[in-house]
Write a protein of this length. Structure first.
Length: 258
């Protein structure tokens, strides 16, 4: 393996996922979770990940779908997620799809060659499904999220135990060094929330340690067209349009159960 294509948070959007996979050069695919919810074609996303032999970890939305539990996502999007999962996602996936994503672990340890011993999770090592590692958090807060689950085997100085951490979940693309470790979030391939609606992803060259954060254009109106064809009602449709077309988080809808 020379080039690792790192993707996260496809959220039922095969158009963005296919735009990246068809145009990018890679040897292996790593998916950091959340294949489903919000988007109109979760089964197709799962098919694509299966067809490219992606290694994957479980996301909070994948877990919610498979186990029938709450997704525990932020209040701004929770109301959309619950409605869409119960009314659409559940009938848009097959038993085979559910079995496939149910097989994904919560953590993956990786040997990334030049990059060294690495950990891949959806959220954070201390909370693989639900931990939000945002780019604006201070180093001390991030360090605690990286090492808490490894406390019994921490090296001296309370430093993170891996050379590199790969996380998703926040839909924000970033890369920074914390406590001597490289922390990288490829962003959301299917539904960014940083104001840039292009598909976000990363490429790691494991032979020389080069990490690139990249974006790819795709036609997000195709996602909206499919959502309209499903008959998604307001205010959910308006929120989803904002999320896919403008890469922004909607306001909490008043008067709706969370």
């Amino acid at each position: 393996m020379t080039k690792l294509l790192v993707l996260s948070d496809a959220h039922g959007n095969p158009y963005a996922l296919r735009a990246v996979i068809s145009s990018e050069s890679y040897d292996e695919v790593l998916f950091l979770g959340d294949a489903v919810d919000y988007g109109p074609r979760p089964g197709e996303v799962i098919d694509i990940l299966r067809s490219v032999g992606a290694r994957a970890v479980m996301g909070n939305h994948d877990n919610a779908l498979v186990h029938g539990v709450d997704c525990m996502c932020g209040e701004e999007t929770h109301w959309v997620s619950v409605f869409f999962r119960e009314n659409f996602t559940k009938r848009l996936v097959s038993r085979g799809d559910l079995a496939f994503i149910a097989s994904w672990p919560e953590r993956l340890e990786l040997d990334l060659g030049y990059m060294g011993r690495s950990m891949a999770v959806h959220g954070s090592p201390s909370s693989p499904l639900y931990g939000y590692v945002y780019p604006w958090l201070d180093d001390d807060s991030v360090r605690k999220m990286l090492v808490r689950s490894l406390r019994l085997s921490l090296p001296a100085g309370n430093r993170p135990g891996y050379s590199m951490y790969l996380v998703g979940h926040t839909h924000y693309q970033f890369m920074r060094r914390v406590g001597g470790s490289l922390l990288m979030n490829p962003g959301s391939v299917g539904q960014p929330r940083d104001g840039d609606p292009r598909a976000a992803y990363a490429v790691i060259d494991v032979d020389n340690g080069k990490v690139e954060l990249k974006r790819a254009k795709y036609d997000a109106s195709l996602v909206v067209r499919d959502l309209e064809a499903l008959g998604v009602p307001e205010p959910y449709m308006g929120a989803l349009k904002l999320m896919f077309l403008e890469a922004r988080v909607p306001s909490r809808a008043r008067g709706l159960a969370n």
